[in-house]
Design a protein around this ligand. Structure first.
Ligand code: URA
Length: 449
């Protein structure tokens, strides 16, 4: 076999056999096939797609490119959640400690920022000292001890996705249903879960912009889960606007900590973030058999925030994984960007929407994400929103604050962000945040009628 022939075969829209896919995946992981050939293959997949069984095979091959962790000796139903990627989407940071505080063990392997979206791993690593590259033994010890563990892929765990994900990020090959499904499900199946809740984003800031594509992606991942005997429940959620107020790694940690401390998230600009968080957490708590229904799970999740147990769990996690607890308890001590700039409105009216794609891309140029595979991230960089959908705006009002060490891009970033805010005289009608719920039985509206 040779890689060029397989690239051509996919380019012609033909299906690859298991041994052909194995040749590519193994060859990429062991270094015998170079980045440029896998990039071409991924681009062919992007344009030609993969059949359902090819996607399942690719997932299995990626999964077995590394170790599949066995957590069967840890009591409880282990449930994780994964998002297909959004802007300002820091749900995992808040939800994982909530669910663990409610008694459901959460093993989580997350990715880095991808395309215009942020990654949980980059956010966690903005916490000084936080170790996301645990060995498998350490991973098991952390979940045994705290009921929660959050790491990234290592050379041991789904190395194929670790390499392909980084490559897709910089080769325009992210927005592909089979590639996203295989990437997410290989990671999730490797971490030792019993069940999974998916947050499949739809809208302008999502990789799947249409509802139809988002639902297709959800169904493919549910089917892959079923092949591996894992219950998968998906929510399709809106990403036509950013979630919460912060975009950028440390800024998002700060917002998450404030939500966990219950000083944000109720009737304020983070309440959209908390609505998604509580819904997904409620589903995980129900699947983990600590509540009879999703709504009872949501009530438990809210209680864990109100009584401080979720915040305590987050602090415990940070400490156990080597992070600086004081950085979380004293958020204001963190270094600040060399430059900050207010973006002011020139218009009067009601804020209709904030373009999440523009925000995500601008945050990357401020230093919060990567333009090349090996680029370092500036954890301090990013955007804080000062207005949200439905707010009234007057000329001169501050719409957002920008933070960066890169002075040269500030003016351009300001214009991009100003243009990302759509203000008009119409009353604003924000779209529903949770669009639908999908499981093996099909798609239903949310909340259930
Ligand atoms: N999240 C992932 O882990 N992989 C993708 O391809 C997209 C989102």
């Amino acid at each position: 076999m040779n890689a060029t022939e397989l690239i051509l075969k996919k380019r012609e829209g033909k299906s690859l056999t298991e041994s052909e896919l194995r040749f590519l995946v193994q060859g990429y992981v062991d270094g015998s096939i170079p980045d440029y050939q896998i990039s071409a293959f991924l681009m062919a997949c992007y344009f030609r797609g993969l059949a359902k069984d090819e996607t399942a095979t690719l997932t299995r091959l990626m999964l077995h490119s590394g170790t599949v962790i066995d957590l069967s000796d840890i009591p409880g139903i282990k449930v994780d959640k994964h998002s297909t990627g959004g802007v300002g989407d820091k749900v995992s940071l808040i939800l994982a400690p909530i669910v663990a505080a409610c008694g459901v063990p959460v093993p989580m392997i997350s990715g880095r920022g991808l395309g215009h979206t942020g990654g949980t791993l980059d956010k966690l690593e903005s916490i000084p000292g936080f170790r996301s590259g645990l060995s498998i033994e350490e991973y098991k010890n952390v979940i045994r001890k705290t009921g929660l563990v959050m790491i990234g892929q290592t050379r041991e765990i789904v190395p194929a996705d670790k390499k392909m994900y980084a490559l897709r990020d910089v080769t325009g090959t992210v927005e592909s249903i089979p590639l996203i499904a295989a990437s997410i499900m290989s990671k999730k199946l490797a971490e030792g879960i019993d069940a999974l809740v998916l947050d499949v984003k739809t809208g302008r800031g999502a990789f799947m912009q249409s509802l139809e594509h988002a639902a297709d992606l959800a169904r493919i991942m549910i089917d892959i889960g079923a092949e591996f005997n894992k219950e998968v429940l998906a929510f399709v959620t809106d990403m036509n606007n950013p979630l919460g107020v912060a975009i950028g790694n440390w800024l998002e940690v700060v917002e998450s900590v404030e939500c966990l401390r219950n000083t944000r998230g109720t009737n304020d600009a983070s309440s959209d973030l908390m609505e998604v968080t509580y819904t997904l957490a409620g589903a995980m708590i129900m699947i983990g058999k600590k509540a009879g229904t999703i709504h009872q799970g949501i009530t438990k999740a809210r209680e864990a925030v109100h009584d401080g147990t979720a915040y305590a769990k987050f602090l415990e996690l940070v400490e156990v994984q080597g992070g600086d607890r004081d950085a979380i308890t004293n958020l204001e001590r963190y270094p600040v960007s060399r430059f900050s700039l207010e973006v002011k409105s020139a218009a009067r009216g009601t804020l209709q929407s904030i373009d999440p794609l523009e925000l995500g891309l601008t945050a990357i140029s401020l230093g919060a994400g990567r333009k090349k595979v090996d680029e370092a991230i500036d954890p301090k960089a990013g955007i804080l929103l000062k207005k949200k959908m439905g707010d009234s705006v007057l000329p001169g009002d501050v719409l957002a604050m920008l933070f960066t060490d890169r002075e040269e891009i500030l003016q351009e970033a300001r214009e991009r962000i100003r243009n990302a805010f759509r203000i008009s005289q119409q009353p604003a009608a924000p779209p529903p945040l949770i669009v639908s719920m999908i499981d093996q039985k099909g798609q239903r509206s949310w909340p259930p009628k």
